[in-house]
Design a protein around this ligand. Structure first.
Ligand SMILES: *[C@@H]1O[C@H](CO)[C@@H](O)[C@H](O)[C@H]1NC(C)=O
Ligand SMILES: *[C@@H]1O[C@H](CO)[C@@H](O)[C@H](O)[C@H]1NC(C)=O
Ligand SMILES: *[C@@H]1O[C@H](CO)[C@@H](O)[C@H](O)[C@H]1NC(C)=O
Ligand SMILES: *[C@@H]1O[C@H](CO)[C@@H](O)[C@H](O)[C@H]1NC(C)=O
Ligand SMILES: *[C@H]1O[C@H](CO)[C@@H](O)[C@H](O)[C@H]1NC(C)=O
Length: 846
């Protein structure tokens, strides 16, 4: 919510530089200002053209339903501060039309408000309508009811599908048009996408796939929105639709549209990897993303979109099968909207560097000079104006190299690109991070222990076949039963055993074997817990095989099967199944008893769900008892006050098993601690509770635990990124903010050509402590630096003097200032600093 004023000022200064560069460009106009009048969006091979002027685009994906609306303004402002001029979002059909013909555009689903905010920030928008979107979102965005339309086949030349798709697309377009949101109407939306990564399905559906994608293109174009349409990952996009690239390295893997009058646009450059339960942690470094983006621009690309710039949270039951609630937490703005550094800052610096080169990139003549097997220079030049930009690239991932280009030599680290903004001066190196680093820390909130009193409600007794109303010979499909209103279905069956069916030998155990289509289940025999089982993202089907006791007479099997969300990819999505499939009893005297066709009863959903006991209203409809730990199928609840301050809040669920979480009636996601990844840890143990879901006092946290858990050990934590760091080699180029372009000349505004480190606390916080400072060869990562064999003891004192008590401080990176270590002559030194930001104490503020 607080936009740092000094950043704004600095950005404004940078924008001036860009405007100056543009003054000579054809049809120059104020940089990002959108006028009230309609904007004409066209394109040629070089770029999208806005009102007759070529432009470069830095776009970031932020999905409106994945963050509460009170976070939107800050997220958009931080994206703009990071140098973006465009925000991209999908449209999520199944939240807007959960029931056929019933629409919801309120709160988190208010698309008009979201696009208007983008416009208020003077940014462009890209809308990806799908309406199939994949997006790790439940059912790829398609509403459940679509499956029940007779004879429907999704995403092919199928009349019922096309009819419903067209109806929805037109409803959304009308809504956006009515609010004047398309650029042609003076709004921010400059690009629209129809369908999503269709090419591999087109092959699966053969001729019908080709017919469908042509139909989709023509249908989209017929809506007359007055802006270009795109299709991502669709080499042969029909007619006027621009094909775009999704991937990690579009600069190397994609030659651009076959139609040479279309520009190279990159719609998904993954900033990390989305994560599913069962995945170990993964990262994509700032340096690697910067390399890929610089590479894409060096081969003529003029728009990139970071997928995701901010991922956010898959609240409630909105994620696709096995996808975790936290979504692209490793993006430049993390799950909580905090700057993930140095990713955010390094990309900001890259955007500044590319903007400095804009004129050459958009109007220059291109050429390539091979400088060796894995080295090259890509040049953009306007000789008559002496404007020249070069990208020197080293594609060797192991060795640094010194390259000679136009008579000068340049050190280019392994797997990196140096940007020479005048074909002489390095203004940015993808491997040279000048931006600050930070470390995320989690802090115990007193509310964890205050009033840590839990109550429980036993989800009704394990049911028997005779209590179920829906009866089929064979167990039915879970999705068909739940209609996606709940994750859960009870499957029950009863069978009679005679004395001579029982195993003769006492040491032979009878075994229950349940084959499921997916995704998880808890089994009971004669109301006694037998065991849990689950599939994985790759293999959703699984077998639960557990020993259990049977008795002479009638026995009862009950399996609570659950889904982890509907699938979001592949052909024939409407035919995917979940829930119980085959069931057998093994180890009986007569061998195996197959219960698959024994007659199955089904009970859909949980009692606690039907009574909505997680809401203020429904809570009173059942009797809560003092909680007991480690019981399967139990609802738990406690009350807590909101932790003070503004830091985001998370729950540490590590003592729980698997289930659902609600706060004040709102679903905050599915948790799953008992499923450990290959390194022996849960994939997600901390779960976001947005502050806007909370009131000051007496919030209600309700959990449904399927397995075993100790709720009294759940912790309420706050999240900070107050440990800020710098780690800069004296070899780095001068900081991009110090470079200025005057016509063909690149000059540095500061006298010193060496890099500088800037440490910045978030608004309202000041640097209170310098934890570490070394000039030499320090090692480690932010939060854990150690001194190396070269070290100047004066560094700490100098940094303290420059930084303590300030919100922002700038530090030189130079031996002249810190003195060299006499024991290390001739070595390249690095400045490493770790500082701690915290709130001004009231006394200090006076
Ligand atoms: C909008 O268009 C009208 C009529 O063409 C023109 O008079 C006006 O100056 C334009 N406004 C802007 C902000 O460009
Ligand atoms: C759902 O199950 C019922 C009963 O088995 C069946 O008649 C119906 O066709 C199924 N619906 C879908 C959409 O699969
Ligand atoms: C290439 O794109 C342009 C602009 O959309 C279009 O007018 C032209 O028909 C396309 N050419 C082909 C061969 O599809
Ligand atoms: C800190 O870094 C050192 C080596 O640089 C490593 O041995 C140690 O495990 C790290 N400590 C933590 C807490 O990460
Ligand atoms: C996109 O990047 C991810 C990693 O973030 C990678 O796994 C994936 O293969 C890339 N996709 C494409 C289409 O290149």
């Amino acid at each position: 919510m607080h936009v740092d004023m000094s950043h704004r000022v600095r950005l404004a200064a940078a924008a001036l530089v860009v405007v100056a560069a543009l003054a000579l460009a054809p049809g120059a106009a104020a940089a990002w200002q959108l006028t009230k009048n309609g904007t004409v969006v066209s394109y040629d091979r070089r770029s999208l053209i806005i009102d007759g002027r070529r432009e470069i685009f830095f776009s970031g994906s932020i999905h409106y339903p994945r963050s509460p609306p009170d976070m939107w303004p800050e997220l958009i402002a931080k994206a703009k501060e990071g140098g973006l001029n465009t925000i991209e979002t999908y449209i999520f059909w199944n939240i807007h039309e959960p029931e056929k013909g019933q629409f919801d555009f309120e709160g988190r689903y208010d698309i008009v408000r979201f696009f208007k905010l983008i416009q208020e920030h003077n940014m462009y928008a890209m809308v990806r309508l799908g309406p199939f979107i994949q997006a790790e979102w439940n059912h790829g965005g398609l509403p459940y009811w679509l499956r029940e339309i007779p004879d429907i086949v999704f995403r092919t030349n199928n009349e019922p599908y096309k009819m419903h798709m067209e109806t929805f697309v037109k409803i959304i377009i009308k809504r956006l048009k009515d609010a004047n949101l398309f650029a042609s109407q003076g709004g921010p939306i400059i690009l629209a996408q129809i369908e999503n990564e269709y090419q591999h399905l087109e092959a699966a559906f053969k001729n019908d796939g080709t017919k469908y994608i042509k139909w989709a293109a023509n249908m989209a174009i017929s809506t007359n929105v007055g802006i270009p349409w795109i299709m991502c990952k669709q080499t042969k996009a029909p007619s006027d639709v621009i094909p775009t690239c999704n991937g990690r390295n579009c600069g190397d893997t994609w030659p651009g549209p076959m139609n040479k009058s279309m520009p190279l646009l990159w719609t998904e450059n993954w900033t990390a990897q989305y994560r599913v339960f069962g995945d170990p942690p993964s990262q994509r470094s700032a340096e690697d993303i910067a390399f890929a983006v610089a590479r894409f621009f060096s081969v003529g690309g003029t728009m990139t979109n970071y997928y995701m710039y901010h991922g956010g949270t898959n609240f409630g039951r909105t994620s696709a099968a096995f996808v975790m609630p936290k979504y692209y937490d490793e993006a430049p703005l993390d799950e909580f909207g905090l700057y993930k550094e140095p990713k955010w800052g390094h990309l900001r610096d890259l955007h500044l560097a590319l903007k400095l080169c804009k004129k050459a990139l958009l109007w220059g003549k291109t050429s390539t000079e091979k400088l060796g097997k894995q080295f090259e220079a890509r040049v953009f030049e306007i000789p008559e104006q002496k404007v020249c930009v070069a990208f020197l690239s080293n594609h060797n991932t192991k060795d640094d190299v010194t390259l000679t280009f136009r008579g000068q030599s340049y050190f280019v680290p392994r797997h990196s690109i140096s940007i020479l903004a005048d074909c002489k001066t390095v203004v940015f190196g993808t491997q040279h991070v000048n931006a600050q680093h930070n470390q995320r820390t989690f802090h115990f909130a007193d509310q964890t222990t205050q009033n840590n009193v839990w109550q429980m409600f036993d989800e009704e007794k394990v049911p028997k076949y005779k209590q179920s109303k829906i009866r089929l010979r064979k167990a039915g499909d879970l999705y068909n039963l739940t209609k996606d209103k709940t994750d859960y279905v009870w499957y029950t069956s009863s069978f009679k055993l005679e004395a001579d069916d029982m195993p003769i030998r006492r040491d032979i155990k009878t075994v229950l074997e349940v084959n499921s289509h997916g995704h998880a289940s808890v089994a009971f025999v004669n109301t006694k817990f037998v065991g849990c089982g689950h599939g994985t993202k790759m293999n959703k089907a699984f077998t639960l095989e557990k020993p259990m006791d049977l008795k002479k007479g009638v026995n009862h099997v009950a399996v609570l099967a659950s889904t982890m969300g509907m699938m979001d990819s592949g052909a024939y999505l409407e035919h995917r199944l979940a829930g119980v499939d085959r069931v057998q009893i093994k180890g009986l005297n007569a061998g195996t008893l197959d219960l698959t066709n024994n007659g199955w009863g089904h009970i859909v959903g949980l009692v606690g769900e039907q009574k909505q006991i997680y809401t203020d209203k429904g809570m009173g409809s059942v009797t809560w008892k003092p909680a007991v730990n480690d019981r399967p199928l139990t609802w738990y609840k406690r009350h807590f006050d909101m932790p003070s301050g503004e830091d985001p809040i998370v729950l540490d669920m590590s003592t729980m098993g698997k289930g659902l979480m609600f706060v004040n009636g709102q679903g905050i996601g599915r948790y799953w601690i008992s499923y450990k990844h290959a390194l022996g840890r849960p994939s997600q143990q901390l779960y976001h509770i947005p502050r806007s879901f909370l009131r000051q006092k007496d919030n209600v946290l309700v959990l449904f635990e399927e397995e075993f858990g100790r709720p009294d050990a759940i912790m309420i934590l706050t999240v900070k990124r107050d440990n800020i760091c710098t780690f800069i080699s004296e070899r780095n180029p001068a900081h991009i903010k110090s470079w200025e372009r005057k016509d063909s000349q690149i000059t540095v505004t500061a006298a010193d050509l060496k890099p500088r480190a800037t440490l910045t606390c978030s608004p309202k916080k000041l640097i209170q402590q310098v934890v570490f400072a070394s000039y030499g060869n320090p090692m480690g990562i932010c939060g854990n630096y150690t001194i190396g064999s070269c070290h100047t003891p004066r560094a700490k004192e100098l940094v303290e003097k420059a930084c303590l008590g300030k919100r922002i401080c700038t530090l030189p990176v130079s031996a002249d200032v810190y003195g060299g270590d006499v024991n290390c002559p001739g070595t390249t030194a690095t400045l490493a600093v770790q500082a701690k930001c915290s709130k001004r104490s009231p006394r200090a503020a006076q």
